[in-house]
Ligand binder design. Structure first.
Ligand code: HEC
Length: 167
C-alpha cells in the first residue's frame, strides 16, 4: 500500500502549486486501492507501433465516451457529481493516470475502480473490462494512452514503475 501511496509525491512537485490539490485527490484515491491482481508482470509498451495502433481503436470504442476523444476527461473532473461519484478523469498528462504504475492501471481497467477499493460501498461509473477486453487488449489501450504523454511524463512513469517493481 505504501508503494502505491508514494507515487503521488513527485507528481505534486511537477505539477506545482495550483495542481497540488488535484495530485492529493489522486493520492487519496491511490492510497485506498487494494491490489488484488497478479498483474505485476504487465508492462506497457508505448514504443510498439502495432500495439499502440490497436490500442487507439480500443480506446475510441471502449473509453472515449467517458474519458474523451482527446483523452481530456469530463468537465470539472476533480469535483464529485451530485450522486457522489467521480467524473471520468483525463488520461492525458494533466490527469493522474500517469501517477500509477502499470500493474495498477491494468487492474483498474480490468476489474474497475470499485472492485479495487477497500471500501465495499464505493460506487464508480467506470465498469471493469474483464469480460469484454482481453489482457492483451488492456495492455494495448494503456500503451496507446502512455504513447500520447510527453517524453518527460513517460520518463517519470518509467521511474514510478521501477520503484513499484523494486520497492
Ligand atoms: C462509463 C464511463 C467510463 C468508461 C467507458 C471508461 N471509464 Fe475509466 N473511469 C471512469 C470514471 C468515472 C473514473 C474515475 C474513477 C472512479 O470512479 O473511481 C475512471 C477512472 C479510470 C482510471 C483511473 C485513473 C486515475 O487517474 O486514477 C483508469 C486507468 C481508467 N479509468 C481507464 C479506462 C480505460 C482504459 C477505459 C477503456 C477501456 C475506460 N477507463 C473506460 C469512467 C469510465
Amino acid at each position: 500500500m505504501s508503494k502505491v501511496r508514494s507515487v503521488g509525491r513527485p507528481a505534486a512537485l511537477v505539477l506545482g502549486g495550483a495542481f497540488v490539490t488535484i495530485a492529493l485527490i489522486g493520492l487519496g484515491l491511490a492510497g485506498t486501492w487494494r491490489e488484488r491482481t497478479d498483474a505485476d508482470r504487465i508492462r506497457l509498451d508505448p514504443e510498439n507501433a502495432a500495439l499502440v495502433a490497436q490500442g487507439r481503436e480500443i480506446y475510441r470504442d471502449a473509453c472515449a465516451s467517458c474519458h474523451g476523444a482527446a483523452l481530456q476527461g469530463q468537465p470539472d473532473w476533480q469535483r464529485r457529481n451530485a450522486d457522489g461519484r467521480l467524473p471520468a478523469p483525463p488520461h492525458d498528462a494533466s490527469g493522474h493516470t500517469w501517477h500509477h504504475p502499470d500493474a495498477l492501471l491494468f487492474a483498474l481497467t480490468k476489474q474497475g475502480p470499485a472492485a479495487l477499493m477497500q471500501d465495499r460501498t464505493y460506487v464508480s461509473d467506470m465498469p471493469g473490462f474483464a469480460d469484454t477486453l482481453s489482457d492483451r487488449d488492456i495492455v494495448a489501450v494503456l500503451s496507446y494512452i502512455k504513447s500520447t504523454w510527453p517524453p518527460e511524463v513517460r520518463a517519470r512513469h518509467d521511474a514510478i514503475n521501477a520503484r513499484a517493481a523494486g520497492g
